[in-house]
Design a protein. Structure first.
Length: 346
C-alpha cells in the first residue's frame, strides 16, 4: 500500500493536539518533516512524534523532503502564501481553517490547486460530525421539503482566548467570525447546498473585548484587542432562503458555550447540537432525538478523508471551491458590518 509522505508547517496547538496524533495512527500516512519559525517548537514536536526532520524554513523543507502532502497549521495570515508554496512544489494541501484572510487569496489558492490537479482542502471538521452527516442525508432525500430559513450560531459567554493570535487582526483577519463562526457557517452552507447569495448584511461589536473583564479562556489584554467580539449577520439567497449567523467570543448570555445549527423546512425542522428533528405525524407534532448515535472523531475523520482523497481512495468532502464560498461570505459580512450597509453579491 502506498503511504502518503506528509509534512507539517506550524508546530503549535492544532498540529500537536489533532493532526500529528491523527497521522501517527494512520497506516496510510507518514509525517516526514515538521517546520516552525520557532525551531525549538518544531524540534519538540519532532521528538514527541518521532518525526525525522525538523526545519525553520518551510521552503527548505519542501525542496529537501519533497513530501506528497502538506498540512498548514500557522496563523491565518500565512495560509495563502504557504499553500501556494506547497502547491507549487507539487504537494497536496490540507490547510487549517479559515482558508485565508481574503476571498482573493482563497480564490488564488483554489485556482492554483485546480491548475496543478492537486487536492486542496480545509480543516472544517464539523462537516464530519455524525449530526451533520445525518442531516445532510435527510436534506438530500428531501425529507425537510424546502428549507426556507436556517440559523448558525457559535457564542461563548467569555471565551476570548488569552493566548496565541486570536485578538490580532493582522495575523487572524478578524475575531470570532473568521475563527469559530466559520465552522458553523461552513456546516450550515453545506447543509443548504451552497445557494447563490443575493445580499448579506451584518453588525458587529467589540465592546466587551475592548473593555476587558472576566474571562473563561485565559486573560486577554483589552488594550491589544483589535478584532470584533461578536458578529450578527443575515444572508439572503437567490432561491428565497435566508440564513442568520451569530457568533461571539464574549456575549452576555446564560450558556458558557452555545453552538448550533437550526434548519427550518416546510416538512421538518432540526437542531443539530444536540440533534433533534421536529415534525408532524398522524395528526400529532413530533420530536425525534438520537440518544444512541455513535460518536465519531471529527478531526480524525477529516484528516483521514484528506489522506484518502490524496491517495485517490475517497471523495474529498471539503473542497477548495466550498472554502472560497465560505471566505466570500465572511468577507461580505465584515464589509457590511464595517460599512453599515448591505453588501449586494455579484
Ligand atoms: N480546525 C480547528 O478547529 C482549529 C482549532 C485551532 C486552530 N485552528 C487553526 O490552526 C491555525 C493555527 O492555530 P494554532 O491554534 O495551532 O496556533 P498556534 O499559535 O498554537 O501555532 C501556530 C504556529 O505557527 C508558527 N508559525 C508562525 N509563523 C510561521 C511561519 N512563517 N512559518 C512556520 N511556522 C510559523 C508559530 O510559531 C506557532 O508555533 C490557525 O489558522 C487556526 O485558525 C483550527
Amino acid at each position: 500500500m502506498k503511504r502518503l509522505r506528509m509534512a507539517v508547517i506550524g508546530a503549535g496547538q492544532i498540529a500537536k493536539v489533532t493532526h500529528l496524533p491523527n497521522f501517527r495512527e494512520m497506516d496510510q500516512a507518514e509525517v516526514v518533516g515538521i517546520c516552525d519559525v520557532n525551531l525549538d517548537a518544531a524540534k519538540a514536536l519532532a521528538e514527541q512524534f518521532g518525526i525525522q526532520n525538523f526545519y525553520q524554513d518551510h521552503k527548505k523543507m519542501l525542496s529537501e523532503l519533497k513530501p506528497d502532502a502538506v498540512t498548514i497549521c500557522v496563523p491565518n495570515k500565512f495560509h495563502c502564501r504557504m499553500t501556494l508554496d506547497a502547491l507549487e512544489c507539487g504537494c497536496h494541501v490540507l490547510c487549517e481553517k479559515p482558508p485565508a484572510i481574503t476571498v482573493r487569496e482563497a480564490w488564488q489558492m483554489e485556482e492554483e490547486a485546480r491548475k496543478r490537479n492537486l487536492v486542496l482542502s480545509y480543516g472544517f471538521h464539523f462537516r464530519h460530525s455524525e449530526h451533520v452527516a445525518l442531516m445532510k442525508e435527510k436534506v438530500r432525500n428531501g425529507e425537510f421539503g424546502t428549507i426556507y430559513h436556517a440559523k448558525a450560531q457559535w457564542h461563548r459567554r467569555r471565551g476570548i482566548p488569552g493566548w496565541g493570535n486570536f485578538t490580532n487582526k493582522e495575523m487572524q483577519g478578524g475575531g470570532p467570525l473568521i475563527d469559530i463562526g466559520a465552522h458553523m457557517l461552513d456546516a450550515a452552507l453545506y447543509l443548504l447546498e451552497y445557494p447563490e447569495i443575493t445580499y448579506v448584511c451584518a453588525t458587529s461589536s467589540d465592546r466587551i473585548g475592548k473593555r476587558g473583564g472576566c474571562s473563561l479562556m485565559g486573560s486577554w489584554n483589552p488594550d491589544c484587542f483589535q478584532v470584533e467580539d461578536g458578529v450578527f449577520g443575515f444572508l439572503r439567497f437567490e432561491n428565497g432562503t435566508s440564513l442568520l449567523i451569530e457568533t461571539s467570543f464574549a456575549i452576555n448570555q446564560k450558556e458558557k458555550d452555545l453552538r448550533n445549527i437550526t434548519l427550518y423546512g416546510e416538512k421538518l425542522g432540526a437542531s443539530l447540537f444536540p440533534l433533534e428533528v421536529y415534525g408532524e405525524k398522524d395528526g400529532q407534532l413530533t420530536d425525534s432525538t438520537y440518544p444512541f448515535m455513535e460518536m465519531r472523531d471529527w478531526h480524525m475523520d477529516s484528516d483521514k478523508n484528506f489522506v484518502n482523497a490524496c491517495l485517490g481512495q475517497e471523495e474529498l468532502l471539503v473542497t477548495a471551491a466550498q472554502g472560497t464560498y465560505v471566505q466570500k461570505v465572511i468577507e461580505a459580512l465584515y464589509k457590511s458590518a464595517d460599512s453599515g450597509r448591505p453588501v449586494i453579491m455579484e
